[in-house]
Design a protein around this ligand. Structure first.
Ligand SMILES: Cc1cc2nc3c(=O)[nH]c(=O)nc-3n(C[C@H](O)[C@H](O)[C@H](O)COP(=O)(O)OP(=O)(O)OC[C@H]3O[C@@H](n4cnc5c(N)ncnc54)[C@H](O)[C@@H]3O)c2cc1C
Length: 308
């Protein structure tokens, strides 16, 4: 349960989500001397990152867990209360702002920041195997993040639609040895580009994915030998965690992300959003930038409500 003082007080902001977006907003709002509660279910995509090499100021790279820990420490230093392993179930407008409900209680705040991220659609394989494959770089999810680390490797892209096609072409920047596993026909214009790029295409459904000492092994229908790759990029799409906002009537883009204005406010007044849940490049630096904009807008909105 929340301490009584907190549960009875109307907070300045409740942040939902404790990934890079939520933690950056918490840091800024704490330094704006705002009373903030951050609630996090603990499933940040950043926690999957074995080592990130594109975080400015970490020339030797940093693991996702280490980065999250540092961001959490920094946010807490400026007063944000963080409640982990807790999911927000419902948010609704209330007289004083918004009522936020979770398993063991509720809290109210004048503003809300949603930093709830997205969930990647995973290939059909055992969860523990998938975790190990991601940790070892045998499965990767983000060519922009780690295509560089897959330089000159034998790469597979597992696609279901045009995501896979585009991802395979993008990865040509890094390797000449790319196979697209895609159990559907590909438009002839794209086939022409694939032929020019030297990308191999396998249009038979994948039947199993396994890992060995160094490689990821993919079986497809009507093949006895299977295919072995250095790394596999699933390009199966993702689902944005938008329900808390859509239940309040927030507008959503064609891609299923929350629509925000230049100050990161959704179409619900007082409800802001930042990070992967918003349309844009799903990157930590983008999440942090959007969170800085949102936090500043929230502070200014509160200042205006307070008449100062
Ligand atoms: C394998 C992998 C490698 C990557 N490598 C890089 C990289 O090198 N560089 C880079 O810039 N990006 C990388 N990314 C992308 C990066 O992880 C994301 O862009 C980043 O984590 C987005 O931050 P976020 O705060 O928006 O969302 P997230 O980090 O996903 O955090 C969202 C949080 O909200 C919580 N949440 C959701 N709903 C609720 C709810 N109802 N109540 C409470 N909490 C809730 C979730 O549990 C989660 O903790 C990588 C991603 C993956 C999967």
């Amino acid at each position: 349960m929340l301490p009584n003082a907190l549960s009875e007080r109307v907070l300045d902001c409740i942040i939902v989500g404790g990934g890079p977006a939520g933690l950056t907003a918490a840091l800024y709002l704490g330094r704006f001397r705002r009373h903030v509660l951050l609630i996090d279910a603990g499933e940040s995509r950043a926690a999957w990152i074995p080592v990130s090499h594109n975080q400015p100021s970490f020339p030797g790279g940093i693991s996702g867990l280490d980065l999250l820990q540092r961001m959490k420490q920094q946010a807490e230093r400026f007063g944000t209360e963080i409640r982990g392993s807790l999911r927000v179930d419902h948010i609704q407008p209330a007289e004083s702002g918004f009522l936020v409900e979770f398993a063991d209680g509720s809290a109210t705040a004048k503003t809300i920041l949603l930093a709830t991220g997205v969930v990647n659609h995973r290939p059909d394989m055992r969860i523990d195997l998938h975790r190990e494959a991601v940790a070892r770089g045998l499965i990767r999810y983000c060519p922009i993040c780690d295509g560089f680390e897959a330089m000159n490797q034998k790469i597979a892209v597992l696609g279901a639609d045009d995501h896979g096609v585009d991802e395979a072409l993008f990865l040509r920047t890094y390797s000449a040895n790319i196979t697209l596993l895609c159990a559907r026909e590909i438009a002839s214009a794209k086939m022409q580009r694939f032929a020019e790029a030297g990308i191999e295409i396998v249009t038979r459904p994948v039947t199993s994915i396994a890992i060995d000492q160094t490689r990821i092994v993919v079986d497809v229908e009507r093949s006895t030998t299977g295919f072995a790759f250095d790394t596999l990029y699933p390009a199966l799409g993702s689902s944005s965690n938008i329900e808390l906002a859509t239940r309040m009537g927030a507008a959503v883009s064609d891609q299923g992300c929350l629509i925000v204005d230049d100050h990161q406010m959704t179409t619900c007044a007082g409800v802001y959003a930042a990070g992967d849940v918003v349309e844009g490049l799903d990157q930590i630096s983008v999440a942090a930038g959007q969170a800085a904009i949102a936090a500043t807008a929230i502070h200014n909105r509160l200042r205006s409500l307070e008449g100062r």
